[in-house]
Design a protein around this ligand. Structure first.
Ligand code: ADP
Ligand code: ZN
Length: 522
């Protein structure tokens, strides 16, 4: 035990372990396979770097992030943990030098790109040289799963590599993705043997979550930055074009920002990243190309200029705020166009229909986060399978907005009845058009103008109708099918409501009231 704490202090400078770190380390050292599911910033690296020091043989770390390998290895060497990396950036001579060093037992840790393991000669060298590999660590292990966006075929072949080693090492996998599908895929595809699974609480208490719908996004961001000039923040945009647009807007208002996306040169990206990390520039505008593995501890806010594709992506990006434990804010600025663009990405992606439908579903759950009247923290945690939060958190925009209860039973019945009467076979826009009495071609083609519910809500503002519709979907009164053109259907919550056996109130933000017209239903 004390050996662990000594090493913790000596190599990392810490006095205590964080949640689950010590147990994970002990299991690895005693030879048990481990799956560590830990949110970004929880301290995964230590969980395998420390046992690497105390293990007899080498620890092989499989990581998809070539750019991060060098940083990690430089850091480890600087604190006296002899390490090297093997990836495509090395010359033949460099590669040979490291292989020789492995043979001479010079290293405790070797970082490798997954593709390297597929290389027969690498495996042969290790086996022929009788090199003892104590542990194989798989970082970003969700890359093994076809359900995730970061799927890497080479990850699925890690298992073959491990199985061909003369002595099976201890295998430890780490990821920040906690959904059941992905968890099962990891255990199965990496062939973990009776693994100890550790799930570090996903609750980041120092983060405040906020969602704003239909804000003037540029202006909001500009004001936010101006009111927090001394703070470091990241602004995520969905596309390069959006990132550039925002960059231009802010620059036009004399706000100095860095920008990072895949369309820039390596040198530009490097400069942007360094300016940001070393606090030369406070604000980074980025696409999701920025960040896997970014470790800047004092980010005080993360603003999403667009909604990302799913809550995994959102929580990972938002989670880059407040890694030092200080209070920080995560803001999502939502507009309907954000859903459209993510839908477009899914439509255009070259994956199976099954996976597409899975992604539409995740997108819907992401959108519902933007419209829900549930505590946002609770919504996120439950999405990740963590049901520990039983009370509203008091630290999110749902909890902190002063609201009024409005009875909307009748209006909800009108919507549900229209879905019912039209046979539960239409999508959202046709239902809205029908309720508003539109002479839209599709409405006429399907004779929806003959329904009793046709034009029933023609006096209600479209915004209100949209808002109520969003709530009904987000809170489970309407089910939206998981396909490219989703259809609305009733659920076991909506039927009692239609039959007048239950009523429905929704909470409306008080400050929202002023924008509603006289004929508002809210
Ligand atoms: P992850 O890979 O899970 O996103 P990291 O391994 O990068 O997280 O760790 C996040 C930060 O937490 C790093 O700055 C790291 O040095 C720090 N950290 C890790 N373990 C501890 C600990 N036991 N005590 C204090 N800080 C820690
Ligand atoms: Zn809350």
């Amino acid at each position: 035990m004390t050996k662990l704490y000594e090493a913790l202090k000596k190599y990392f400078g810490y006095d205590n372990f964080r949640e689950n770190q010590e147990d994970i380390i002990l299991h690895i050292l005693e030879g048990t396979d481990v799956l560590g599911i830990m949110p970004t910033g929880a301290g995964k690296s230590l969980c395998y770097q420390l046992p690497a020091i105390l293990s007899k043989g080498i620890t092989l770390v499989v990581s998809p992030l070539i750019s991060l390998m060098k940083d990690q290895v430089d850091y480890l060497n600087s604190v006296g943990i002899e390490s090297a990396y093997l990836n495509s950036s090395l010359s033949g001579a460099e590669y040979s030098f490291i292989i020789q060093g492995i043979y001479q037992k010079r290293y405790k840790m070797i970082y490798v790109a997954p593709e390297r393991l597929e290389n027969e000669s690498f495996l042969k060298t290790i086996n022929e040289m009788n090199i003892e590999i104590s542990n194989v660590v798989i970082d970003e292990a969700h890359c093994v799963s076809r359900w995730g966006h970061d799927f890497r075929p080479s990850y699925t072949r890690i298992m073959q590599f491990i199985n061909q080693l003369h002595i099976r090492p201890t295998v430890a996998a780490f990821t920040a993705t906690a959904t059941t599908n992905v968890k099962e895929d990891i255990v199965h595809s990496l062939d973990l043997k009776s693994p100890e699974v550790y799930i570090t609480s996903f609750d980041r208490k120092n983060l405040e979550f906020k969602v704003f719908v239909n804000e003037n996004k540029e202006q909001y961001i500009r004001n936010y930055i101006t009111n927090h000039v001394d703070e470091s923040g990241i602004i995520y945009a969905a596309t390069r074009k959006d990132a550039e647009k925002l960059n231009q807007y802010l620059s036009g208002h004399n706000i100095n920002v860095s920008i990072y996306h895949a369309g820039l040169s390596d040198a530009d990206r490097m400069r942007a990243q360094e300016d940001f990390i070393y606090d030369n520039v406070q604000v980074m505008i980025a696409t999701n190309a920025f960040g896997m593995g970014i470790d800047k501890s004092n980010v005080r806010y993360v603003i999403h200029y667009n909604m990302p594709r799913d809550l995994e992506a959102y929580y990972q990006e938002a989670g880059r705020a407040g890694r030092d434990g200080e209070n920080s804010v995560c803001i999502l600025l939502y507009s309907a166009a954000d859903t459209a663009i993510q839908k477009y990405f899914i439509d255009e992606s070259d994956v199976s229909e099954e996976l597409k439908s899975h992604e539409y579903k995740k997108l819907q759950l992401m959108e519902s986060y933007c419209h829900t009247s549930t505590c946002l923290r609770r919504y996120i945690l439950e999405y990740f399978g963590d049901y520990s939060l039983t009370e509203p958190c008091g630290n999110c925009s749902v909890c902190n907005t002063e609201v009024e209860e409005k009875d909307v039973t009748i209006q909800a019945q009108m919507i549900l009845s229209c879905i019912h009467r039209s046979g539960q076979r239409f999508g959202r826009s046709i239902i809205v058009d029908t309720l508003r009495g539109s002479r839209n071609q599709k409405v006429l083609k399907f004779n929806l103008n003959e329904l009793k519910t046709y034009g029933l809500m023609k006096d209600y503002p479209k915004d209100d109708l949209d808002l109520l519709m969003n709530r009904l979907i987000a809170d489970g009164y309407i089910y939206k099918t998981e396909e490219q053109y989703p259809i609305l259907k009733l659920t076991n919550l909506s039927i009692p409501l239609l039959k007048n056996e239950t009523s429905l109130t929704i909470q409306v933000a008080k400050q929202e009231k002023k924008v509603h017209a006289d004929n508002s239903l809210l």
